[in-house]
Design a protein around this ligand. Sequence first.
Ligand code: EPZ
Length: 431
Amino acid sequence: MDKFVIRGGEPLLGTVRVSGAKNAALPCMAAALLTDQPVILENIPQVRDIQTTRNLLAAMGAEVELGYGRAQHRTTIHCATLAAPEASYELVKTMRASTLVLGPLVARCGHARVSLPGGCAIGARPIDLHIKGLERLGTKITQEHGYVEASTDRLKGAEIVFDKITVTGTEDLLMAATLADGETILQNCAREPEVADLADLLNKMGAKITGAGTPTIRVKGVSKLRGAKHRIIPDRIEAGTYIIAGAMTGGDLNIAGCDPSHLNALLSKLHEVGVKTKSSADSVRVMGDNPFTAADMSTEEHPGFPTDCQAQFMALATQAEGTSIITENIFENRFMHAQELVRMGANIKIEGRRAVVRGKTPLSAAAVLASDLRASASLVLAALVADGETIIDRVYHIDRGYEHIEEKLKGVGAQIRRIGEMFPKKAAAVK
Ligand code: EPZ
């Protein structure tokens, strides 16, 4: 398993370019299941979850071209026929977002067999709201042997109120509703920019969606959808991660190709901490090594502070004077990074959904373990300011959602390199 070796102490100087948003690309790729025409998506990030989705769609019978040629980052997905409308446990267990194929498969094929995702490091992550919504649209659903079996003669529009705000739940039901008979009204929807980006694609495909990005989305069902070409929005979480990296290292870093309007809650909290930034239409510049002061933060659904930047904010909080109380309201177990930060010298106490961070504490290099995608990012940030050389193991977590992170960081002065097994396992003794 690959590791990162990072020597801390270098201020990040220069420009990093943000890639396309993984969490917009995944539902947009699933949307290609809704039509027998080709769908072309540009600005696709070169990350593992995209490859996993490609494999998932190909296993169903889709033709998927995925090219990262010169600044191409494009995929063409053609689901002319779908021989096997199912998502196996082998694939779903590696990426929970595979459940995004459930709604499109039921809408396109009238049936689907999708493995239940099972838990993951950050929480139980059930899909009961996806299932309840599909049943409201007229789908018969059974669950056995760890799989969801869904079938319908024809989806019928309905009024659906989500008990909880769910991002992929909103996306799953939005896709299913595009081919339902009549109008569907989805209420208490997720308002993340990725939901609006998916709706943009679906409307280019001929869907009739209004209200995406607000709590209430209306969908007038149509009989068929066509192919389309769409450019994925920039990744706001990747952008936020690099903004915090520039702040923590006291550098002067320009985060280019992002959409600052997706980052309001994060930027406002960083300003409260004392981070200086300047935004243009498509970039954020973070400057200077001014001292940071502690600030409390609670994760909320968009447009609140994103849970996907909570771990990164915690790393920053260890470098702020005073006590920061961080409350994780979205997931029940999203503090795995805390203990690893403590091993690097941070002072963090976990009390249920709250983490109490007392700073400023100098961080020292250590051998640490990545546990999930955003926890890994938090450890990279800490390593960039730690004294000495930090080794981060299991960086395959970070490869799921950050395109070429070591190249991007090296390009702005970070001392980071990727290595294979530190001590290759001895070949099994020949008996
Ligand atoms: C999406 O996950 C993102 N993934 C996550 O990003 C992100 O952390 C999360 O939204 C919250 O913003 C993708 O978009 C691919 P939810 P999702 O459904 O949709 C509960 C990353 O780091 N819930 O909004 O799975 C759930 O347990 C990933 O890129 C139910 O109870 O999250 C959680 O407590 C990690 N029943 C809360 O709702 C359901 O049917 C929010 O989950 C669905 C969700």
